[in-house]
Design a protein around this ligand. Structure first.
Ligand code: SPV
Ligand code: MG
Length: 366
């Protein structure tokens, strides 16, 4: 038996030089096209042949696939997948989702690059995007019942792990209930930020009045959440706002170590600077003391940094927190404007998916 570590067959073909490669013809379309082309190129070098069989649409396999997906989506399977991913790869990447369809995009989008298929590892349920989808400001106005409803919509059609943006976590007395509910649903982690009072989005920085919670209060909230937790899988991640609020690196580090001591399973460090220097400095100083606690970043402002570079700096989770909302909304505005300007829909048509595509986008089966 020869192990093939990548989707790409080139290395194995070079090693074995088989006379024939036999494959189902399903790879003539979709993300496997470049894999097939690479095989054809390699076979041409030494005169090997490709034999393709019609892809078997056997109902048994469809049923097997359906059952596996159902299993993966079950809370006990889904919940622990973030911890397992963290043990297997660095960084893990999460994409914002705020509905069933954005959940499907985060779950299914695949590209093929460097001999591997790439997908996002899970979904981030952002407070900014969940609020924006409801036409509301990001000030903890959308209540937890509504946030849970969004998570449920995403869960109904996906299998990947979910991280909830839990804002401040609310009152400690409420947070403990939230932890239990999220665990029961199969959410993998909640990230709560060390602020109190009327929370506004961090990307406003110091343009808005924000109160950072005391280390004691926030540590007590984390500890209460950890006590309420019933499984080993679930993670409570502490988000530090010191750099956003310009309180300095020392404050950020002091808080990070205190929150880990209080039981936090990870630290999210946030910044709204374009230059990633302060994020890198934090990661270096934190890692000098703590080699294992996962570090999370949300590179909305410092967006030139690649995932490889984050990994090299000791960062474990990269969250793309708002890109689906920020790309979808202008496209919708453009179509609405085109209809108004032309008093008909023809001019908007080129901006739209075809009716056939929209009708078949979502398969019938559950
Ligand atoms: C969110 O996505 O709601 C976040 C990340 O909290 S940020 O908007 O950068 O504060
Ligand atoms: Mg938020």
């Amino acid at each position: 038996m020869i192990e093939q570590k990548q989707l790409d067959y080139t290395d194995v073909l070079r090693q074995l030089k088989p006379d024939y490669v036999v494959h189902g013809d399903d790879w003539r379309t979709g993300f496997q096209v470049p894999v097939r082309e690479a095989v054809l190129r390699e076979l041409a070098v030494y005169g090997g042949k490709l034999v393709e069989f019609p892809y078997s649409k056997d109902e048994k396999y469809d049923e097997l696939d359906r059952r596996t997906r159902l299993q993966l989506a079950m809370p006990d399977h889904r919940r622990g997948r973030l911890r397992r991913l963290l043990a297997m790869k660095q960084p893990v990447t999460f994409l914002e989702a705020h509905s069933g369809i954005t959940g499907l995009i985060a779950e299914k989008t695949t590209i093929y690059q460097d001999g591997k298929a790439h997908q996002f590892d899970g979904m981030w349920v952002s407070s900014l995007c969940d609020s924006t989808a409801k036409g509301k400001p990001d000030i903890e106005l959308v209540d937890m019942s509504s946030r849970l409803r969004t998570i449920d919509d995403i869960m109904e059609v996906t299998t990947k792990p979910i991280i909830l943006d839990g804002d401040t976590g609310g009152l400690t007395e409420h947070f403990v209930y939230t932890v239990r509910t999220l665990e029961r649903m199969g959410v993998s982690a909640v990230i709560i930020e060390d602020k109190t009072g009327l929370k506004k989005n961090s990307l406003f920085g110091t343009e808005v009045e924000q109160t950072q919670d005391s280390i004691e209060n926030f540590s007590a909230k984390i500890a209460a959440g950890k006590r309420a937790q019933r499984t080993r899988d679930f993670m409570i991640i502490a988000r530090i706002e010191s750099l956003i609020l310009e309180r300095g690196m020392e404050d950020a580090l002091t808080r990070a170590f205190a929150f880990v001591a209080a039981g936090a399973d990870g630290i999210m460090i946030h910044s709204r600077k374009k230059d990633p220097a302060e994020i890198f400095e934090f990661a270096e100083k934190f890692r000098a003391v703590d080699k294992t606690t996962p570090i999370v970043v949300v590179p909305t402002s410092f967006n030139t940094v690649t995932e490889e570079e984050f990994a090299a700096r000791g960062i474990n989770i990269v969250i793309y927190a708002n890109q689906l909302t920020r790309s979808g909304f202008p496209a919708m505005q453009k179509a609405a404007t085109a209809i108004l300007e032309n008093h008909r829909a023809k001019e908007a048509d080129d901006m739209c998916m075809s009716i056939k595509e929209i009708l078949t986008l979502i398969p019938d089966e559950v």
